[in-house]
Design a protein around this ligand. Structure first.
Ligand code: NI
Length: 183
């Protein structure tokens, strides 16, 4: 079935990226909710789209394709080389910046990723803002209060670092952080 779909979808970069993500994230679930992991990928794209439609985009296509693929390297067996071969250099560079280094952990990993995102076009910054907004919308039920507060603080760092790329997404993230802190 997916093979048939994929043949019909060739020619659309968005659908090509989507089907790539569908295959790679197949069988994964969003922690704590039982929802397919693709729920998160869809939520990131749906969060990003209104900002792009409101004109907050330099290269909307780059932004959308990187949003669809943003977790393929971090969370599946996919390599950056595959992304580069399938989707080109700019998408691979964006996905690479959005992928946390395996050699770092916690705050170091986040700061390192943010440093690398800052060196990318603002289209990639908007993906990271959308990613965090989406993650703050689907809170894992089993997280402790302490972990939630640490996650909110990390959201604050993302907002401070990348918020300049989108007034709309920055305002949305700010609201999500405030809501999250009240939980
Ligand atoms: Ni994500």
């Amino acid at each position: 079935m997916l093979g048939i779909l994929q043949r019909h979808l060739s020619g659309s970069l968005f659908l090509q990226a989507w089907m790539f993500a569908v295959h790679r994230h197949h069988g994964q679930h969003f922690s704590g909710t039982g929802l397919p992991y693709l729920t998160h990928i869809g939520a990131v794209v749906m969060t990003l789209l209104p900002a792009l439609l409101a004109g907050e985009a330099d290269d909307a296509e780059l932004s959308i394709v990187c949003a669809i693929l943003h977790d393929t390297v971090e969370d599946t067996e996919t390599t950056l080389k595959e992304i580069q071969e399938e989707f080109g250099e700019a998408v691979a560079a964006g996905v690479s910046a959005l992928t946390k280094s395996e050699e770092k952990s916690g705050e170091d990993a986040m700061r390192d990723s943010l440093d690398r995102i800052l060196r990318q076009p603002r289209d990639i910054w908007r993906v990271k803002l959308s990613d965090r907004i989406a993650n703050l919308g689907l809170p894992p039920a089993h997280w402790s209060k302490e972990k939630c507060l640490a996650y909110a603080a990390e959201g604050e760092l993302i907002l401070e670092t990348l918020g300049g790329a989108s007034d709309r997404l920055a305002a949305q993230l700010k609201m999500c952080i405030a809501d999250w802190r009240e939980r």
